[in-house]
Ligand binder design. Structure first.
Ligand SMILES: O=C(CO)[C@@H](O)[C@H](O)[C@H](O)[C@H](O)COP(=O)(O)O
Ligand SMILES: [Zn+2]
Length: 189
């Protein structure tokens, strides 16, 4: 069992090394995009399924609450938190519409919409990013594997180079923490 544990930790470290080698420019673009939008009074909207729903909520909590600095609250919404909305839209329009309908409700031009999907193939995230673009939002996708069908839909795609969903999620939350840190420092230091 120890060998398996070590193998998984090594796989995690390989993902971190690949992020350091290849993803810094894309992370910097995401930081600039979000910093400028929040400076202009726009908001952040984040969505994903399963573990990525948790990541979406984690991201939004850092922005609305705080990351490390004492500063004013910033506007951000996770689309996975309201069970009444999720069950009503899912029941009446279908699971694929659960995020797109909320995007339609909340997104204004210049807002930043982030979709998180390890496969890059979740239809509800894809349809919502397409709706966000139509509404004039800036769109970012946190993806894995080959980027799936969502790659190319968002204006900026950050693809974790792994085929293993948990390792991809670990890459996503690492990038989210870096983005929160640099956005906060960019706005308030
Ligand atoms: O957390 C995990 C696996 O680590 C799961 O809950 C996982 O997020 C779910 O299977 C999701 O439905 C996968 O969706 P996606 O990342 O491919 O968009
Ligand atoms: Zn998980």
């Amino acid at each position: 069992m120890k060998d398996e544990i070590r193998a998984q930790l090594q796989a995690h470290n390989q993902v971190m090394t690949a992020l350091e080698r290849d993803l810094a420019p894309a992370i910097e673009s995401a930081v600039s995009l979000l910093t400028e939008a929040l400076k202009d009074g726009r908001k952040l909207i984040v969505m994903g399924n399963g573990g990525s729903a948790a990541d979406a909520q984690h991201f939004v909590a850092e922005i609305v609450g705080r990351f490390k600095l004492e500063r004013r609250a910033l506007p951000a919404i996770a689309l996975s938190t309201d069970t009444s909305i999720l069950t009503a839209i899912g029941n009446d329009y279908g699971f694929e519409q659960i995020f797109a309908r909320q995007v339609e409700a909340h997104v204004r031009p210049g807002d930043v919409v982030v979709g998180i999907s390890t496969s890059g193939n979740s239809p509800n995230v894809q349809i919502a990013l397409e709706a966000a673009r139509r509404l004039g939002a800036r769109t970012v996708a946190l993806l894995g594997k080959d980027g799936g069908s969502i790659k190319g839909i968002a204006e900026l795609s950050l693809i974790v180079p792994s085929n293993d969903t948990p390792r991809i999620q670990e890459g996503h939350i690492t990038m989210i923490h870096i983005i929160c840190d640099l956005v906060e420092r960019g706005l308030f230091l």
